[in-house]
Write a protein that binds this ligand. Sequence first.
Ligand SMILES: [Zn+2]
Length: 413
Amino acid sequence: MRLTFAPALALVMLAAVGGAQTKPAKTLDIYFIDTEGGLATLYVSPTGESLLIDTGNPGGRDTDRIMEAVHTAGIQQIDHLILTHYHVDHVGGLQELANRIPIKHFIDHGPSSEPREQVPGFDAMYAGMIAKADHTVVKPGDKLPFAGTNVVVVTSAGKTLKTPIPGAPGAGMPNAACADFKPRDESRVDPDNHQSIGVVISLGKFRTVNLADFTYNREQELMCPNNPIGTVDLYTTSHHGIDQSGSPALVHGLRPRVVVMNNGARKGGAVPTMRTLYTSPGLEDIWQLHWAYAAGVELNSPSLFIANVEEAATLANALLNPPGTFGQGRGAGAGPGAGAPPAPAPPTGAAPNPPAGGAPGAAAPVPSGRAGGGGRGGHTGPAFLIKVSAQADGSFTVTNTRNDFSKNYPAPK
Ligand SMILES: [Zn+2]
């Protein structure tokens, strides 16, 4: 009896040790943290090293959510932090985050291209931080150290990668999606968006890209006439899914299997952007951090794929007043530069709390504590993230932590 029991006990003990100190599987884990239309995405390598791209908004709410992901991932420090550019929805949470967890290595594109700080006092504060840590200013083609993975910088400080990524599928080939590209007037786009750091991160055959807020015309410079990146498995929507980025030249050239949109309720999900995603060759699913008013009932993904949904009464209002459709109406045929149709007005005041047990049909209760309407500041209280777990053979799993819905994307044959 002892002989049969001992191996089982040893296995239990091994499992306990594995869970506490190391990652059980050799995966690249990606945590898409809800920052209400900002950016904060945490990558954890197979060896447990961490890379955070941006820090969300100021005020502590987004920092709480980043720290929740940090604890879930079981990491003790941020090994590498990429600050893609200096807008408030990307660097606003830096000071608060640095108060809570050591940050070992800062990566940026160099000084801001804008004279006015979006976060007052940021430059002086950041100068103090990088004086006491590792600091790297990157240019396209640079590789970043991130154990067990391959990270290539493809955009930075307004410049784009000119040589194909070695060994990447399709890299260096002509991009057919360039044929219809028409440049836009970007004179009203905040200039530091053009400076965004963009990276391609790969683990074996799995490849993902994050270009932060890199803009429409610059996407053409990056992707045309030849595509230096090749195809990817997972695309994080550029610019939160608003209609200043995400051109067909970029998206259809990358041919992602899966998209994660880092949108807010009222930021991103623009009709032209969604149309480009849905018509992208080879696309399997779009996962969203939020229900997007701009996308209406036609273009939002099924709520199964949405990490943060609005309260039932607020959604009902949107269902009764759809702002856009796929094939007709104001969204159809919208050329470059066209904005998304206006979203319906939310109910005034705070929306009522959902009945106990959550909204009908929801697999998990909708958290209370949301601000009514989900305006620019978004909601406070619990927020859910989208987690991706990728393997070197190219397979990956995406999980919506609100309802625990998971979908596996097998390795291509
Ligand atoms: Zn942004």
